[in-house]
Design a protein around this ligand. Structure first.
Ligand code: XIL
Length: 377
């Protein structure tokens, strides 16, 4: 019998352990059988066998400060993305001052564990640093944006799998032509700020796959259908103008009470393939705020969504990567004030429970990876 800590240490080392290890569940008088999901049983191994990337958003302080968390990330992922560590406030505490500590921690961890890294993100209307409002004007916005991209993408040139160059620039609800979101970047840098960001990123890091990333483009609901069309029009226009773009990131913050994504998204992915774009699922999680029922009932509803969604997406040959937004329910943005369950129960939205046991969603996701016909070009 192994303790939980011993098991996790073995996971970190990538060691093979017996297929089922009996350990004492926390706070439980009975021993609980926890299937071994390390090594060949991991998401990582199942993805690698099919030439897929699988991973999650990570927090640098936890990679260095929490061995259990680090072990889980090491065993399950072949690609990582910083949850917040590469956003402007983390990287650029003052207009002329950069701080790469957290971002470097993630890059170092990934390189020690043979993992790729996605950069997230170079340009977004949210997470603007506190100095932004008093500093950025119509006169200097383009220069500040380009300088940021040159500095950050330049520092990690050759080390990243991909960059989310622009995040969430489309919002048909803003009521502007082309579905562009009313944002400080649009206001200060002008409507071609997206082209500027992508061209600058390509110059700074010719090796990274340059990605446009957005949310609310997954289901067949009318507003999501409209937003998908606007994203498609944006990237078609970019291609026409010769702006370098390689991929679309579909965030995939799914809501358990909504209809599941379907034909609209599938068609979208196929149209992207026709214009030579790859697709990454960049921020998958399943918000269960409005679900009722026991933990077990909710877990199986959530797992079904993971299974259906991932199965549908990996059937498309230009879908290369699935990243969840976090790995354990212990740390998820969905427990923040805006998303928390009204009954105060923690969200059960990710592949691993808060105590790091694999959730039904883990097995659903792993089964879905197995449906990929391997390998694709
Ligand atoms: C979220 C993080 O998870 C939170 O910790 C942070 O407070 C706000 O941002 N779309 C994105 C991500 O592209 O960067 C967001 O991450 C979630 C929505």
């Amino acid at each position: 019998m192994k303790t939980r800590r011993e098991l996790l240490t073995l996971m970190a080392a990538g060691a093979a352990v017996a297929s089922t290890t009996r350990i004492w569940a926390q706070n439980s008088p009975e021993p609980a059988a926890i299937p071994d999901v390390t090594g060949p049983n991991s998401l990582r191994a199942h993805a690698e066998a099919r030439d897929l990337l699988v991973g999650c958003a990570v927090v640098p302080e936890k990679l260095t400060g929490e061995p259990d968390y680090a072990a889980l990330v090491a065993s399950q992922c072949n690609i990582l993305v910083p949850e917040n560590a590469m956003k402007w406030p983390a990287l650029r505490p003052a207009p002329g001052k950069f701080n790469f500590r957290g971002a470097d921690t993630i890059i170092d961890f990934a390189s020690a564990h043979g993992q790729k890294v996605r950069g997230h993100n170079l340009c977004w209307h949210e997470a603007l640093p506190s100095w932004f409002a008093a500093t950025v004007t119509k006169d200097n916005a383009r220069q500040i944006l380009a300088e940021h991209i040159r500095t950050v993408a330049g520092r990690y040139a050759g080390k990243l799998h991909s960059w989310d160059v622009v995040n969430e620039a489309i919002d048909p609800k803003s009521g502007l032509p082309d579905g562009l979101r009313k944002s400080p970047w649009l206001e200060f840098a002008g409507p071609d700020y997206i082209d500027l960001a992508f061209r600058t990123a390509r110059e700074a890091d010719p090796a990274a796959l340059l990605t446009y990333n957005d949310y609310g483009i997954e289901t067949d609901a009318p507003d999501e259908t409209e937003k998908r069309a606007a994203v498609l029009a944006l990237v078609r226009g970019m291609k026409k103008r010769g702006v370098p773009i390689d991929a679309i990131g579909i965030q995939s913050h799914l809501k358990a009470w909504n209809p599941e994504p379907g034909n609209g998204l599938r068609d979208f992915v196929r149209e992207l393939r026709q214009i030579g774009l790859r697709v990454f699922i960049t921020e998958l999680d399943v918000d269960e705020k409005k679900l009722e029922g026991s933990d077990a009932e909710r877990d199986s509803a959530i797992a079904r969504i993971y299974r259906d969604y991932a199965t549908m997406m990996v059937a498309e040959p230009n879908v290369d990567a699935i990243l969840t937004w976090g790995i354990t329910d212990r740390y998820t943005w969905l427990n923040g004030p805006k998303w928390a369950r009204p009954d105060g129960k923690p969200q059960r939205c990710l592949p691993f429970f808060a105590d790091y046991r694999p959730a039904p969603a883990f097995f659903a996701l792993r089964d879905a990876l197995d449906t990929r016909s391997a390998p694709h070009s």
